[in-house]
Design a protein around this ligand. Structure first.
Ligand code: PLP
Length: 391
């Protein structure tokens, strides 16, 4: 069967491929530790789940406006604005089933065939997929480990030009856990103004930052809100991946276009889910802080454990729940190393190349898992790698 060129390039996310192989091994009786899927291991807090159930019982089971219910848009405008130090009008808020539609639909609304789009590499695989579906030209900018996996700004300066339509940034980042500095954001913002580009700022991990760090948002820089789409949601911060609830914040004229794309595709976001989201934002926040504290503790154990394995070096990530260790000193590709660790150490993790070519030489490890599993995984990995040659 032949397919349209706009979908021919699509491929599965690496995480699901590794998960499938790990499950095969489990079916054959192996005890696998799963550090491949990027989702919180915590359950949604009971007060949020109960609100979802109550909303169903109360009949919140109908079609609702494509951009979401007004109460939730208002609450998001207030909360997201306060966290970033900006003023947001509810008309700028577009609610979607998960954050992903607020990546994909702005891409469809803004990118014309032949437009260039700069995005982080290694980066979340949906970026390249959506750029290509929209007919744009993907222009990966390498991230630099020494700069906390922020953009290689020299490369960025060489890549941006009059054909650049959109710049995608993601901080804290998947797969690296890196946080972009305010100086780097200013640099990118100046370039976006000079070349009149849009910015898509994926801030889904903003609440998950460590050591008291306040993650800066490019949207708060002077004059940037009018050319920025902030993407955020409930999946990571509130452990609500399966509820499918996210949002975008953008200029109202663009929000109207996205509203139309939602109308003609998904129709709207589930009705009752949005009441659960409202409870998540307006209810107690202490449990979010507790989850972040737990991630930080796990990060510390994982990073010091990784750095004590000869041949591995790992920068301390400042956000999200990903570690991105370098395995360059072994004579194996990322793919070979991830396979070896799965097959011999029974630990599922991802090669850096699942996130782009500049991920070669790295692995992605998810530490949204118990301390016990993390310690056991470290021991297993250490044992397997101790017999390998290093350069
Ligand atoms: N953006 C990044 C960087 C992510 O890592 C993810 C999920 O893994 C998403 C967006 C998508 O979030 P959601 O599950 O709410 O669609």
């Amino acid at each position: 069967m032949s397919f349209a060129s706009r979908v021919i390039h699509l491929k599965a996310e690496g995480a699901y491929q590794v998960l499938a192989r790990a499950q095969e091994l489990e079916a054959a009786g192996r005890d696998i530790i799963h550090l491949e899927i990027g989702e919180p291991d915590f359950s949604t807090a009971p007060h949020i789940s109960m609100m979802g159930i109550k909303a169903i019982a109360d009949g919140k089971t109908h079609y609702n406006p494509p951009s979401g219910i007004e109460e939730l848009r208002e609450a998001i405008a207030k909360d997201a604005g306060r966290r970033r130090g900006i003023t947001i009008d509810p008309a700028q808020v577009v609610i979607s089933p998960g954050a992903k539609p607020n990546l994909f639909f702005p891409a469809l609304a803004l990118i014309d065939v032949g437009d260039e789009v700069i995005y982080p590499d290694p980066g979340f695989p949906t970026y390249e997929a959506m750029i290509r579906v929209a007919g744009g030209i993907p222009v990966p900018v390498p991230l630099v480990e020494e700069n906390d996996f922020s953009f290689d700004l020299d490369a960025f300066d060489n890549l941006i030009n009059e054909k650049t339509r959109l710049i995608i940034i993601n901080s804290p980042g998947n797969p690296t856990g890196g946080v972009m500095s305010l100086d780097d954001l200013k640099h990118i913002a100046n370039a976006a103004q000079k070349y009149d580009c849009w910015i898509l700022s994926d801030e889904i991990y903003m609440r998950i930052a460590f050591d008291g760090l306040d993650v800066p948002s490019i949207s708060a820089l002077p004059d940037m809100l009018k050319r920025t789409i902030i993407v955020d949601g409930f999946s990571k911060a509130y452990a609500m991946t399966g509820w499918r609830l996210g949002f975008g914040i953008m200029p109202p004229v663009l929000a109207e276009r996205i509203n139309l794309l939602l109308t003609h595709s998904v129709g709207c976001t589930a009705h009752f889910t949005q009441y659960a989201g409202l409870e998540a934002i307006t209810g107690p926040q202490g449990w979010v802080d507790e989850m972040v504290t737990a991630y930080q503790q796990r990060r510390d154990v994982l990073i010091s454990g990784l750095n004590s394995i000869p041949g591995i070096s790992c920068r301390k990530p400042m956000g999200a729940f990903y570690a991105f260790p370098s395995i360059e000193s072994f004579n194996l590709s990322s793919d070979e190393m991830a396979n070896l660790i799965l097959e011999k150490a029974n630990v599922a993790l991802l090669p850096g190349t699942s996130f782009g070519k500049y991920g070669e030489g790295y692995l992605r490890i998810v530490y949204a898992n118990s301390l016990e599993n993390i310690k056991e995984a470290l021991e297993r990995i250490g044992n397997v790698l101790s017999s390998l040659e290093k350069s």
